[in-house]
Write a protein that binds this ligand. Structure first.
Ligand code: ADP
Length: 483
């Protein structure tokens, strides 16, 4: 892998703790496997809880100077870091594809997306405005200060090994916080490469640590129990989010949670069908279906159901499955065996219930799976309540607007939703009625650093990106001055 990189020093398997590149004290490592080939590409330092504690202490120390700097000074370091990410986009993309599987073009897209949060929040650092409030008495002067919340502990998943981290450390560092990142054990290399560039950009020693560890729950406990940690930011499943929220309760730790989704994608009779197919392809099959905003339930109105199914299957047949580093590949492997089994389980359940495969449906070699479209899907099937997190497009048939809104909202989740329609009254009614944090109207792609990303209901707490995104890393302090 190193030989493919223009700058092999970006391929780092040691952890980054308190500004030092370190092996685990006891010498332990864990393997990182390329999901396309099944080979071990690195053995990464497997840190224990004591080393996480050290990283937290260093972040608290480093914060004193970092937070005292002017916003512009912090922004300049972040701008440099952003520039380095873009300069090294190809190498970062190769590392990302090798550990996670997504095609190189998508991986490079993620690197640009990930970097955009560093750029955006560096700029936002300069706009952390406080407030003055007209006093309630003649001799009172009221001000509201915004101050960094404190050291942030971060836990992220494997599906966006770069962007899930920058989306959190961007606002944290911009606000003046120290940051300790624990990347997913499947994909630590992208996080470590980011830290190499961060160090090069001039991030002060200790302000950012990357604590690689196979023992996620131990790291989670340290984050929840160490009093120096003032905020926990997590992206992952609702199940693990609940565990962390329970653990966080003892310290009344502030939490941001980006949890699971069960995104509805609705195609109305009056939709531009080709555009809807294009949107469904992007929303469903990007990252091989492994994103929390991927369409999970595709509802198609009766009048266009058969035609939509036909056109979608035709588009799906054009996808090329293979090793993400090979030319022309649009769809990589799934992340692991469990992920493949989940897709198989959902397909079997659809078939047992009387649904039909229009295209795909089978596992290929290794962790590769045929992109699949199934019809005749009903509300009692597993895919209606569980996220597949894989390349399965299940088509549900519906008759009326009222009916589909009720179905779309009938879930504990509320992250992303999508619909295609042209009649302006319907467009307005449906966007208002969907109980989701994000609604894509006539588009399947909604992510950008300039907009607030986040869920309602059990999909999470807080928002990432946009000018709102920095608020989660700031505390308000109300000062009442008597003159
Ligand atoms: P995914 O299915 O995307 O892996 P998870 O919620 O299982 O979603 O994992 C998200 C992240 O949370 C991963 O980095 C994982 O290692 C970590 N994790 C899993 N269990 C725990 C736990 N009990 N405490 C802290 N982190 C955890």
């Amino acid at each position: 892998l190193k030989s493919l990189l223009k700058d092999p020093t970006l391929f780092e398997s040691r952890a980054f703790v308190a500004g030092e590149w370190v092996d685990a004290k006891d010498g332990k490592t864990f393997p990182v496997v390329n999901p396309a080939r099944g080979d071990v590409i690195a053995n990464v330092a497997d840190l224990s809880r004591a080393e996480v504690k050290k990283a937290i202490e260093a972040a608290a120390e480093a914060m004193k100077d970092w937070a005292a700097r002017t916003a512009k000074e912090r922004a300049q370091v972040m701008r440099k870091w952003f520039d380095l990410m873009i300069e090294n986009q190809n190498d970062l993309g190769i590392i990302l594809t090798a550990e996670m599987g997504k095609p190189l073009a998508e991986a490079k897209g993620e690197v640009a997306y990930g970097a955009s949060f560093i750029e955006w929040f560096g700029e936002e650092a300069k706009r952390i405005y406080g407030e003055t409030i007209p006093g309630h008495q003649r001799d009172k002067r009221l001000t509201v200060l915004k101050q960094p919340i404190g050291v942030v502990g971060s836990i992220t998943p494997w599906n966006f090994p770069n962007a899930m981290i920058t989306r959190k450390c961007g606002p944290a560092l911009a606000a003046g916080c120290g940051f300790v990142a624990r990347p997913a054990a499947e994909t630590p290399l992208s996080a470590l490469a980011l830290a190499v560039l961060g160090e090069r950009a001039g991030l002060p020693k200790g302000i950012l640590s990357v604590v690689t560890s196979s023992r996620a729950s131990e790291v989670g406990k340290e984050f929840c129990e160490n009093p120096l940690i003032r905020k926990l930011t997590f992206t992952g499943s609702t199940e693990v989010g609940r565990i962390l929220l329970r653990q966080a309760a003892d310290q009344v730790l502030k939490c941001s949670m980006e949890l699971g989704g069960n995104a509805p994608f609705i195609v109305f009779d009056d939709a531009d069908l080709d555009a809807a197919v294009e949107g469904a392809m992007a929303s469903k099959f990007r990252n091989n279906g492994q994103t929390c905003v991927c369409a999970n339930r595709i509802y198609v109105q009766a009048g266009v159901y058969d035609e939509f199914a036909k056109r979608l299957a035709k588009a799906v047949d054009k996808l090329t499955v293979g090793d993400g580093l090979a030319d022309g590949v649009t769809t990589g492997p799934l992340i692991n065996e469990d992920a493949v089994e989940k897709v198989e389980e959902h397909i079997k359940d659809v078939l047992d219930g009387g649904g039909k495969i229009v295209t795909g449906g089978k596992r290929k070699d290794g962790l590769f799976f045929e992109p699949t479209v199934v019809t005749g899907v009903t509300d009692d099937m597993k895919v209606s309540t569980e996220e597949t997190f894989g390349p399965l497009a299940p088509l549900f048939r519906f008759e009326t607007e009222e009916e589909v809104i009720a179905k779309a909202n009938d879930t504990i989740f509320g992250l992303a939703s999508y619909f295609y329609a042209r009649e302006i009254g319907r467009v307005t009614r449906v966007q208002e009625a969907l109980e989701y944090g994000i609604v894509g109207v006539n588009t399947g792609i909604i992510s950008t650093e300039v907009a607030p990303f986040g869920g309602v209901k059990q999909s999470g707490l807080g928002r990432e990106g946009s000018h709102y995104g920095i608020d989660d890393y700031l505390e308000l302090k109300y000062v009442c001055l008597s003159i």
